[in-house]
Design a protein around this ligand. Structure first.
Ligand code: MN
Length: 381
């Protein structure tokens, strides 16, 4: 039995991960779950999976849950609770699926304990990729990507040698606005941006898909996961999201990983790697799919993509600033405070204003993230 701790169990990845665990009750055991504030769903999950400890990030909601469970399980609260449950080490696999920068500190605790990290929180690698990859090497910790594109690349690279990679081809659906003109993007409504054609996901990542910042963050994520320069990471628009990504090798051969889009497939792989277990979450029927199409990405219409490539080139704390600014901008957009096209503008503003520090330590990363948020909150309050 493998013990699993899920950070963010009431989110989209967390719920999918529990569906995978439900399918393999003899293989996996849940020893910890955490939620932001959705204690109703968390309580249902506790009834089904009986984790000894849970964390609620919102202290008030945590106190409510404590009353409800009445000592049958331990309830920790706050960001300290997230770090505490990770530090205790009562798990073999950490599913890191918090949204945003909040995933960084607990993920680091798990790395230091040499636990397998099933990484769904891309912001961790975007903000602190240099430190995370160094720590993984130092502690000899396995990091298996859950992000579907990176899982695809990871699977294509099994049995291959790194120096024979010509390039990674990261596929992108293009999001809901693939076929809109730049002019039409000016008046995008929140509901339209939240309506992704292929994937059902949380609101932050769905907006990131609409701006294509999600793909930009994924380029940065791939850069750190696979230790390749951005010049070897290409983005390809593939609206059907059947090919989850590809690797081209020096002999012109290309490997791809395919299936109908369903996050349970990469989640399961991250839990069972290097093995595969029988499951039938999706059935890929090629005659029904009929055709796969491909286009070049439009860097002018989707400036977020360009900002991400530039941030890797700049290096240091630039990706951390980009990530923090994007989190703030997406939050403002979801509250109806800014227009869709202001998201890249805000990111660019922060990248120009916040001082870039090179070879950052963890302290510097946290400071850069804080500084970016304070700066933007001042401008946009
Ligand atoms: Mn993805």
């Amino acid at each position: 039995m493998k013990r699993i701790l899920i950070l963010g169990s009431t989110g989209s990845i967390g719920v999918n991960a529990l569906t995978v665990v439900r399918e393999f009750r003899d293989e996996f055991e849940i020893t910890g779950l955490t939620a932001n504030g959705n204690i109703e769903l968390l309580r249902e999950q506790m009834k089904e999976f009986a984790p000894p400890t849970v964390v609620v990030k919102d202290a008030k909601r945590g106190a409510e849950l404590k009353n409800l469970v009445n000592g049958t399980a331990e309830v920790l609260t706050g960001e300290e609770g997230l770090v505490e449950i990770t530090k205790r080490g009562n798990y073999d696999i950490l599913i890191s699926s918090l949204v945003g920068f909040a995933g960084l500190a607990p993920t680091i605790e798990a790395i230091k304990l040499k636990k397998r990290i099933a990484l769904a929180n891309k912001e961790t690698l975007v903000s602190a990729g240099e430190i995370i990859t160094r720590l993984c090497k130092e502690y000899d910790t396995e990091m298996i990507p859950v992000d579907s594109e990176h899982s695809a690349i990871f699977q294509c690279l099994v049995g291959e040698s790194k120096n024979e990679i010509l390039k990674l081809i990261l596929t992108a659906s293009g999001g809901p606005f693939l076929n809109r003109s730049a002019e039409e993007l000016k008046e995008v409504k929140i509901e339209e941006a939240l309506n992704h054609p292929n994937w059902k996901m949380g609101s932050k990542i769905t907006i990131d898909s609409a701006t294509m910042m999600n793909k930009g963050l994924e380029v940065i994520e791939a850069h750190w996961l696979f230790n390749l320069p951005s010049s070897k990471i290409e983005v390809l628009i593939h609206p059907q999201s059947i090919i989850h990504s590809m690797v081209e090798f020096v002999d012109s051969s290309i490997k791809a990983q395919l299936s109908l889009p369903d996050m349970k497939v990469p989640i399961q792989y991250a839990l069972t790697y290097p093995e595969r277990l029988y499951s039938k979450f999706v059935e890929t029927n090629f005659p029904k799919i009929h055709k796969l199409t491909f286009f070049e990405p439009d860097f002018v219409k989707f400036p977020c993509l360009k900002l991400a490539y530039d941030a890797i080139e700049t290096g240091g704390t630039a990706p951390c600033t980009l990530n923090a600014a994007n989190e703030i901008a997406v939050g403002l957009f979801l509250k109806g405070r800014i227009k869709f096209l202001q998201i890249p503008e805000i990111c660019e503003l922060a990248l120009n204003k916040i001082e870039i520090k090179y070879n950052p330590d963890l302290e510097t990363i946290f400071e850069n993230d804080r500084q970016t948020r304070v700066f933007l909150n001042k401008v946009y309050n």
